[in-house]
Design a protein around this ligand. Structure first.
Ligand code: G
Ligand code: G
Ligand code: NA
Ligand code: MN
Length: 254
């Protein structure tokens, strides 16, 4: 209950920050954007991990206002990057199931984009398979509304949920993100490699972009590049970092 009360207060006072993990184009080596990951700076406790408070936020419904804050903060950050001359940068935010089904996600997104004068295509929403399978008809309505606004949609942790191929072809998705569990074992376990390569092939045949998450080694990177994966994200290139560090990276890394 103590954690819940402080979380509620933190939502009211907007006491969160976003960290940013770069995404890199595997052909050019250039940073294409980042995934925003929420952090909660708590007095005397340092940065609280979302693994600890997102489940509680989901349970209590606090995820809805918290998620709206994330979208708002992401649009503000995009405006600032674009103003700095990095107008090609995209930013992805994670959306939780309750937030997705809350009814006003498209309005929250459209208003945040308009408030910061950000082109819709620069914002990406990372969705999970399980949240989309909850209520396929409502899901298609929400996805269609989001695509009408023009944001990019990606399927996070792909391969670990239970999407059917039928729905995959009906959902207006732009990108598949190969789950870290396959990437982690890509050079050591033939099964993981087969699955990863199949996801890349499936994505391309459906004309989707494919991003590998959790790339930690040169060998994994090489394998993904050799198999025509489009982008990667992971500790091998960079861990999630504060906005100032991301800007420094953009200035120094070319
Ligand atoms: O960044 P880290 O590995 O600590 O994140 C842990 C988990 O929290 C991941 O599953 C990530 O998707 C989730 N997460 C991080 N930021 C957000 C956010 O803004 N919204 C939601 N819904 N989940 C997030
Ligand atoms: O659920 P989601 O895919 O959004 O989770 C992203 C989480 O994965 C973030 O918390 C991020 O910190 C973590 N992450 C990103 N890159 C790596 C990596 O290379 N290795 C590991 N172990 N975790 C990573
Ligand atoms: Na995610
Ligand atoms: Mn993600």
């Amino acid at each position: 209950l103590e954690l819940e009360a402080s979380l509620r207060r933190a939502v009211e006072r907007e006491e969160f920050v976003l960290h940013f993990q770069p995404k890199v184009d595997l052909r050019t080596g250039l940073v294409t954007g980042a995934e925003a990951l929420i952090r909660w700076p708590r007095e005397g406790r340092g940065l609280e991990s979302p693994a600890r408070f997102i489940p509680l936020a989901e349970k209590t419904g606090l995820i809805v206002p918290m998620g709206a804050w994330v979208i708002e903060a992401a649009c503000r950050q995009l405006r600032s990057w674009h103003d700095a001359g990095w107008s090609h940068l995209r930013l992805a935010v994670n959306v939780s199931g309750r937030q997705f089904h809350s009814g006003d996600l498209p309005i929250v997104v459209a208003q945040a984009l308009a408030r910061h004068d950000v082109p819709a295509g620069a914002l990406e929403l990372e969705l999970t398979e399980s949240m989309l399978m909850d209520d396929p008809e409502q899901t298609i309505a929400v996805l269609t509304a989001l695509k009408r606004i023009g944001v990019q949609l990606s399927l996070d942790d792909f391969g670990t949920g239970y999407s059917s191929f039928a729905y995959l072809s009906r959902f207006p998705i732009d990108t598949l993100k190969i789950d870290q569990s396959f990437v982690r074992n890509i050079v050591t376990e033939p099964q993981a490699a087969v699955i990863a390569v199949s996801i890349i092939d499936l994505a391309h045949r459906l004309q989707l972009k494919v991003v590998a998450e959790g790339v930690e080694t040169e060998a994994q990177l090489g394998y993904l590049r050799q198999h025509d994966c489009d982008e990667m994200q992971g500790y091998y290139f960079a861990k999630p970092m504060p906005a100032e560090s991301f800007s420094e990276l953009m200035v120094t890394a070319k």
